[in-house]
Design a protein around this ligand. Structure first.
Ligand SMILES: [Zn+2]
Ligand SMILES: [Zn+2]
Length: 336
């Protein structure tokens, strides 16, 4: 029956001539003339994609070989330029002020010198001077010479350190979430995870993979329901992602109601674990690949709990795994 229907359909481009071909991709039907046109449209799109592919490759090469052309490098260059200009402007203003203040000081000194010239000429001509006069003149010159280098009315000091004049540039390199499944979505360029729709399990995983070293991550519990259900922990990269992350092997972490997850099984009060996560708490997840250990710390209560990870059960590389259940719950991965 279906094939009869297809034969009776009209070409989706001209709508007239009874059509003969159906495109497997878009399910539209075409006459002999327009099936060629449709294939041409598709091959033009492919050409465009191949062009974009080439452009991407060129951009990667350009940014790798001429690192200064990278927009982030340009941002640093701009900060450098602006900081230097700021310093130069302040130096120009300061020189102007010194020139002005020294001008006043110098004109006073010139008057003093004029008076002394008269006194000295007179003393020389009349040969009428004594030790006290010589000492007085000498003292005056010593004073003037000293004051020419450092006029007592002018002072230079540096500004306080409470507000830095040039702000330091700080580069942060941070983790993001880039894989999700179930009732959860990733927002804010990988930084925010939100349970969307009605209650239901959802899981996200980090882009980063960890096999060596120590790594520290901070999360803000931006919203949590009265049940405070969240999963915070790790998983082996090779385990397929699943909405109910707490019951897949290689999952390790902490959940609400004093439960911990060990290799996809839940245990209550394991090693005395007591959940204490509230809305707005900042939670630190510390991953120590060298010691095969993960640690959860609540920065508000300073409560901390460690789990030892058996790397036979949970092989490297590890990824961060977070889970939510209740509607609108969300967790933000902080930059530092
Ligand atoms: Zn046609
Ligand atoms: Zn098609």
């Amino acid at each position: 029956m279906a094939s009869v229907k297809v034969n009776r359909s009209l070409c989706s481009i001209c709508g007239k001539v009874p059509s003969l071909s159906i495109c497997v991709g878009c399910q539209r039907v075409f006459c002999t003339e327009h099936v060629e046109q449709h294939r041409l449209e598709l091959s033009n799109l492919l050409d465009k994609i191949i062009f974009e592919h080439g452009q991407c490759k060129q951009t990667i090469i350009k940014y790798t070989e001429e690192s200064n052309s990278h927009p982030l490098m340009k941002q640093i260059n701009e900060w450098e330029k602006q900081s230097i200009e700021k310093i130069q402007q302040v130096a120009i203003d300061a020189r102007k002020q010194i020139l002005n203040a020294f001008g006043h000081f110098a004109s006073n000194a010139i008057t003093t010198m004029k008076n002394l010239t008269e006194e000295l000429t007179k003393a020389q001509n009349e040969d009428n001077f004594f030790e006290t006069d010589l000492r007085r003149w000498m003292d005056t010159f010593i004073k003037i010479k000293k004051e020419l280098d450092k006029p007592p009315t002018i002072n230079i000091r540096k500004g306080g350190t409470d507000v830095p004049f040039i702000s330091k540039i700080i580069i942060s390199v941070s983790e993001i979430f880039d894989k999700s499944t179930g009732r959860i979505s990733i927002k804010d360029e990988g930084k925010l995870i939100v349970n969307t729709g009605s209650n239901g399990y959802g899981t996200v995983r980090s882009k980063g993979e960890y096999s060596t070293g120590k790594h520290r991550f901070r999360f803000k519990i931006e919203h949590t329901s009265s049940h405070k259900w969240n999963l915070i922990g790790i998983v082996s990269k090779n385990a397929p992602i699943q909405a109910t992350a707490y019951n897949i092997p290689t999952s390790f972490g902490w959940i609400a109601n004093n439960f911990v997850c060990l290799n996809g099984k839940l245990y209550s009060d394991f090693n005395g674990y007591k959940s204490d996560i509230e809305k707005n708490d900042i939670i630190e997840l510390f991953i120590d690949c060298n010691q095969h250990m993960i640690r959860l710390t609540n920065e508000r209560t300073h409560y901390t709990h460690e789990l030892t990870i058996d790397t036979i059960l949970c092989p490297f590389p590890w990824q961060i795994q977070l889970g939510l259940y209740y509607s609108k719950d969300c967790i933000r991965l902080l930059w530092r």
